[in-house]
Design a protein around this ligand. Structure first.
Ligand SMILES: [Zn+2]
Length: 343
């Protein structure tokens, strides 16, 4: 749900369970700062004290926004073993104590400001997770994950790779537990769930196309990190739109780590910039140090699709929301996949 709407909608809907995933800088033009978004959510939650909160223990902003509220909480998060990074990037929002504002210390961190945090001043710290992701192995068809759910280990397959999808799966488990579902049936349902709708969605077009929605720096960085794991040559298409659903402010592209694409070296065959703001994207990619010969600008969606179809290497497509809707519709038509609304 939209954070801005939460303060009114929660009171009207009276949800039994509220699942909160994470707070990252997203749609800057509307929220200005993540703290505002946290404030809206907290306001919404105070209207529904009976609702069970499912909170990401690794996100100090999420934990902090429910601080001292009477609601019952279920926490989920990553174990230290799967949170491998050392500390968040400099200047990351949320890396400050929600109670006293001191800079947080991290025993480990998965990405962004998510991790095992504690405050050296007031000793506020990450709560223990009731649902913990103990191990993740990335496999061809997604991720094999071992969850510890209220002390018991359960294995599940998630049809999507990458850490942020595992966080989403853990959030779904927490939500299902809070509603009162049986743990065995939750794990079974999770393993049977097919990932889709532009979030790591594969299409059998050309040498293969993988669509990964991007909309903020952290999500974009995760997508780039995933792409860099590919050992083969690939093409990349990035489509940047600036309609309402994308967020009008595109300045976030300067916070996304496009510089890392240079690590792909010869594996990266080409980068095509498209969408309403393709010009700014080209500038950003050049600034990132990607060789100019590899960068092209292509406004025509028809030509983009032709390029995907005729490519001998797989294509990664990173679109913003409205571009994703258009692209997946075109790709789905080529593979005769049913629309997501057709079930
Ligand atoms: Zn503190």
């Amino acid at each position: 749900m939209d954070e801005l709407a939460a303060k009114k909608v929660f009171a009207m809907l009276k949800p039994r369970v509220i699942v909160l995933t994470n707070l990252f800088r997203d749609q800057l033009d509307r929220y200005a700062e993540v703290q505002y978004a946290a404030g809206y959510l907290r306001k919404g939650i105070t209207a529904v004290p009976e609702a069970v909160l499912c909170l990401n223990a690794d996100d100090s902003l999420i934990v902090g926004l429910a601080d001292a509220l009477p609601n019952r909480s279920v926490y989920y998060g990553f174990s230290a073993e799967v949170s491998h990074n050392k500390s968040p990037k400099q200047g990351e929002e949320g890396a400050r104590c929600p109670r006293c504002g001191a800079a947080l210390l991290y025993a480990c961190s998965s990405y962004g400001h998510l991790g095992h945090w504690s405050c050296p001043d007031c000793l506020y710290s990450r709560p223990e997770a009731d649902i913990s992701v103990e191990r993740i192995s990335e496999v061809e068809s997604g991720s094999d994950v071992v969850f510890r759910i209220f002390g018991q280990e359960h294995s599940a397959h998630i049809s999507a790779p990458a850490d942020y999808n595992v966080y989403n799966a853990a959030a779904a488990v927490a939500g299902a537990v809070a509603v009162g579902n049986n743990v065995k049936s939750i794990v079974k349902a999770l393993s049977g769930f097919e990932q889709g709708f532009g979030r790591m969605e594969r299409f059998d077009v050309g040498a293969g196309a993988l669509v990964i929605l991007i909309k903020n720096p952290v999500g974009c960085d995760r997508a780039i990190e995933y792409i860099l794991k590919d050992q083969k040559k690939f093409n990349l298409i990035i489509v940047l739109n600036d309609l309402d659903a994308d967020g009008r402010d595109i300045s976030w592209i300067w916070d996304a780590d496009f510089e890392r694409l240079c690590e792909a070296g010869e594996k990266l065959k080409s980068v095509t910039a498209s969408g309403r703001r393709s010009k700014e994207l080209v500038t950003r990619l050049e600034y990132a140090g990607i060789s100019c010969e590899k960068i092209t600008e292509e406004k025509s969606m028809r030509k983009l699709m032709k390029a995907v179809e005729s490519s001998e290497a797989p294509t990664y497509i990173l679109p913003t929301y409205t571009a994703m809707i258009e692209i997946r519709q075109k790709l789905a038509r080529k593979t005769r996949r049913r629309g997501f609304w057709e079930g």
